[in-house]
Structure formats: structure tokens, C-alpha cells
Write a protein that binds this ligand. Structure first.
Ligand code: ADP
Length: 163
């Protein structure tokens, strides 16, 4: 079984993430989309909310499973029989950062990283921009799925204008 992990913060999952996960699912037997549960990196959504949104967005992808990880990604890979990591490149600045991590992960545990180029339709898209637009009531309907849009609306309503 060829299993690969797509790790990320997914705060929240965007159409760009879904594009990458779907394309990976066509290349591998199983794709594990793994949400980083880093206590020092407090996001807008809880890990449970991020996981639930990912599940909803990938419900029609039969070979995608959603998981969570903490600590080193290579340990998660070893514990789950995963030999490679998929990361996506949107820009040259992504590459600078990703190259170093990929080389370190190979050095630490022999885990390969495969890079997928972002769909140009989504290369400008990031979770942080989505949060910012949603916070000020902007239209994110072409950037995220309806369930995520709804959760963003609810989140900013309960947090108030100070977000
Ligand atoms: P991280 O904090 O680990 O970068 P993200 O949730 O921001 O977590 O990203 C997870 C993965 O999804 C990364 O490989 C990132 O490059 C990719 N990604 C994020 N946004 C997009 C997008 N718009 N198009 C394609 N890939 C994306």
C-alpha cells in the first residue's frame, strides 16, 4: 500500500488544500491529511474543528483519511507506515523554506518529500488571507467550501468585531 501524508495547519482548509489532497489521492493508494496540533501555535480554529472541516471537505474522496500529529512529522510517518510527505509549492519563497525542512526530514529518518506545484488558480491563496478577509466580512465563497465559509462566519460572530 502506497501511503503518503499531506501535513498542515489547515486553519482553515481552503480550496488550495483540497486541490492538492485530491491530486495526491489520484497518485497514491491512501492519503493521510494530518493536522498539526502544536500547542504553541494557537490558531483560529481548534484541532477538532479543523479536523471536522477536513473530513467534510474530503468526504467524497474514498482513499483520504484525516489524522492529527504532534511533535516530529517523521515520527508520525514511522508510526503510521508512511514513506513520503507531499508538500505544495505556491511560490519561490515556499521553496526556500520547504527545501530545508525536506532535507532535514530525509536526514533524520530517510522520509522523502515530494513537491506538487500549486494549481495557478489557487497559488495566491492561504489560510491566513482567508481568515483576514472573513474577519472583515469579505466574500470568501470562491476560496473555501460552503461548510468552511459557514464556520468562519460563526467564529467571527462569536468572537465579535475584535476577532
Ligand atoms: P503549514 O503551516 O504546514 O504550511 P498550511 O495549512 O498553510 O500549513 O499548508 C499545508 C500544505 O498545503 C502546504 O504544503 C502548503 O504549501 C499547501 N497549501 C496551502 N495553501 C495552498 C494553496 N492555496 N494551493 C496549494 N497548496 C497550498
Amino acid at each position: 500500500m502506497r501511503r503518503v501524508v499531506c501535513p498542515g495547519s489547515f486553519d482553515p482548509v481552503t480550496n488550495g488544500h483540497i486541490d492538492i489532497i485530491g491530486r495526491a489521492a489520484r497518485q497514491y493508494d491512501e492519503v493521510v491529511a494530518a493536522v498539526l496540533t502544536n500547542v504553541n501555535k494557537r490558531g483560529l480554529f481548534t484541532v477538532e474543528e479543523k479536523t471536522a472541516m477536513l473530513r467534510e471537505c474530503t468526504a467524497d474522496m474514498g482513499n483520504v483519511v484525516i489524522s492529527q500529529f504532534n511533535g516530529l512529522l517523521v515520527d508520525f510517518c514511522r508510526d503510521n507506515g508512511i514513506g513520503s510527505i507531499i508538500r505544495s509549492l505556491r511560490s519561490v519563497s515556499d521553496f526556500d523554506y520547504e527545501l530545508q525542512i525536506a532535507q532535514m526530514n530525509y536526514r533524520l529518518a530517510g522520509v522523502e518529500t515530494l513537491f506538487m506545484t500549486a494549481n495557478p488558480q489557487y497559488s495566491f491563496l492561504s489560510s491566513s488571507l482567508v481568515r483576514e478577509i472573513a474577519q472583515y466580512g469579505g466574500d470568501v465563497s470562491s476560496l473555501v467550501t460552503p461548510n468552511v465559509e459557514q464556520r468562519l462566519r460563526e467564529k467571527y460572530k462569536t468572537r465579535g468585531e475584535d476577532g
